[in-house]
Ligand binder design. Structure first.
Ligand SMILES: Cc1cc2nc3c(=O)[nH]c(=O)nc-3n(C[C@H](O)[C@H](O)[C@H](O)COP(=O)(O)O)c2cc1C
Length: 327
């Protein structure tokens, strides 16, 4: 029988499938059911940098943005920061899988000090979801990358637990950024996070939020960049996220070089069977192919040099689009 256990940022996982950060992970019973189905670890719902800062400072400074200040004040009341720390300790006592905390942040600020309390509460690792939308026309893109590195450096100077950086797919040179994050102290990257989806209601002619769930086609970028980053920055582990629904995306991500994968939409839609079905099928595929452990095939398909990847992708593009007379 194939052994589907693996390791990620030094943690032993009973399987490579991690329960991705979302509201689902607030419910301990649900998390237990996912763990019983074979999940390797859980990432808690993100605490927002604003929540941590707001608890530390007076809300008065936000008075010029009434709507924002009210929303944040509401959020702080509903999601007390202290409760997050209690949740970590509680989950650590109740679960036999690693518990990874998550913070959604914008900049290296005083919230970083709070991260030490997350470590003290017993979190096995910290995932930081860095989400910035730069709207300044004169913004320097390098300053944005520096900000990512500053966040990781300040966390690294305070934490001994592994740091995982959850990134958006929208970076000009993702492998170069991941390498800078490595130099700043990151142990792994999660590829990719999901930003706010915007849509327009044609009846009211107003902006509204789009679908929170991902769709089948969303996996291609995950796979492509998992392979690329894994071959270029092998020192940084990858957790593939976005579009992982079945054993096929799990197995492809591992072949491309991921150490773990995260499921979110699949768990909302199918529940624990999404994990158990994927793991049974992964084991069967491994048996059929003669693999006894995940490490025997992990990163098998990232072996090309970056130049090969470039040439390969360019030729595929030419073959695909070059021959079409109608385009
Ligand atoms: C309802 C919902 C809530 C989410 N909340 C968070 C969150 O708090 N922090 C975070 O990093 N990602 C959050 N995510 C993003 C997921 O962790 C994941 O990155 C994204 O959904 C893509 O994975 P999927 O294709 O498996 O859904 C959320 C996703 C959903 C659908």
């Amino acid at each position: 029988m194939a052994d589907i256990s693996t390791s990620f940022v030094g943690l032993h996982l009973q399987s490579p499938i991690i329960i991705g950060s979302s509201g689902l992970t607030r419910n301990l019973d649900k998390v237990k059911a996912f763990a019983n189905a074979g999940a390797g670890a859980v990432i808690l719902k993100s605490l927002f940098e604003e929540q941590i800062e707001a608890e530390a400072q007076s809300m008065e400074q936000h008075n010029d943005y009434t709507e924002a200040s009210e929303y944040i004040a509401h959020y702080v009341r509903a999601e007390e920061v202290g409760r997050y720390l209690e949740q970590i300790s509680h989950y650590k006592r109740e679960l036999n899988i690693p518990v990874i905390a998550s913070i959604n942040c914008l900049r290296a600020d005083s919230w970083v000090d709070f991260a030490t309390r997350i470590q003290e509460a017993g979190a096995d690792a910290l995932e930081v979801n860095i989400m910035r939308l730069e709207t300044d026309l004169y913004f320097d893109p390098l300053a944005s990358e520096q900000n990512y590195c500053d966040i990781v450096k300040s966390l690294r100077s305070k934490l001994s637990i592994p740091i995982i950086v959850k990134l958006s797919r929208y970076h000009t040179a993702l492998p170069a950024l991941v390498d800078k994050l490595r130099a700043s102290g990151a142990n792994a990257v999660t590829l990719f996070n999901r930003s706010y989806q915007s849509d327009i209601d044609l009846n009211t002619e107003e902006f509204r939020s789009g679908d929170v769930f991902t769709h089948v086609g969303d996996f291609t970028d995950t796979l492509r960049f998992t392979a690329l980053v894994s071959s270029l920055v092998p020192q940084v582990e990858i957790s593939s996220s976005t579009g992982i629904y079945t054993w096929q995306e799990v197995t492809k991500s591992l072949l491309a070089g991921a150490s773990s994968v995260q499921m979110c939409t699949a768990l909302y839609k199918e529940g624990p069977s999404a994990i158990s079905n994927a793991l049974v099928a992964l084991g069967m595929w491994m048996d059929k192919r003669g693999y006894r452990s995940v490490d025997e095939f992990r990163a098998r398909l990232n072996g090309s040099t970056p130049e090969d990847v470039n040439v390969f992708e360019r030729i595929q593009f030419m073959k695909y689009f070059g021959g079409r007379g109608d385009s």
